[in-house]
Design a protein around this ligand. Structure first.
Ligand SMILES: [Zn+2]
Ligand SMILES: [Zn+2]
Length: 135
C-alpha cells in the first residue's frame, strides 16, 4: 500500500510505500510526551519505501539512552512525524500525520504497557506486551 501524509502546517510531506510491518499502539512514557498523554498509534513501514517529498524535518535523539531512537519532526509547526528505531530497517509512522488516518484500520496490539496510565484504553482481547512482542 502507499501512504501519504505530512505535518500540521504542510512544510514536511512524505510517502511510504510497502506492506505495513506492524500496526500498534505504544504506551511508553516517551510517546506520551508526543501524543498529549494517550498511547501513540503508529504503523511500522519499510524504510526502503519511505521518503520525504517536501521539506526536511528536524531530528532529535536522546544522548542519555542506549539504543535511543531518532525522532523526526517539523521545525515550523512541531508535529512529530516519524521515529527511526535502531537496528530495524523501518520507520515508525504516526497515524495522525496520514492524509487519511482511516486507511490505517486499527491497531493489532498494545506495546510498552509497562508505562500504561489508568486512563489509557486497550480494547478487550487485544494482545498486549509489557515491552515488545518476542521475535
Ligand atoms: Zn509543519
Ligand atoms: Zn512509545
Amino acid at each position: 500500500m502507499k501512504l501519504e501524509g505530512g505535518c500540521y502546517c504542510g512544510a514536511v510531506r512524505y510517502e511510504a510505500e510497502g506492506e505495513p510491518m506492524m500496526k500498534a499502539q505504544c504506551h511508553c512514557r516517551e510517546c506520551q510526551y508526543i501524543t498529549g498523554g494517550s498511547p501513540n498509534v503508529f504503523v511500522l513501514m519499510p524504510v526502503g519505501g519511505f521518503k520525504y517529498t517536501k521539506g526536511t524535518p528536524k531530528q532529535f535523539t536522546r544522548s542519555d539512552l542506549e539504543r535511543a531512537v531518532t525522532r523526526e519532526f517539523c521545525a515550523e509547526c512541531g508535529t512529530h512525524v516519524v521515529t527511526r528505531p535502531v537496528g530495524l530497517p523501518a520507520v515508525v509512522l504516526k497515524v495522525g500525520t496520514l492524509d487519511d488516518p482511516g486507511l490505517f484500520g486499527s491497531p493489532q496490539m498494545a506495546i510498552y504497557t509497562i508505562d500504561q496510565q489508568a486512563f489509557h484504553h486497550i480494547p478487550e482481547g487485544m494482545p498486549s506486551f509489557e515491552r515488545l512482542p518476542k521475535r
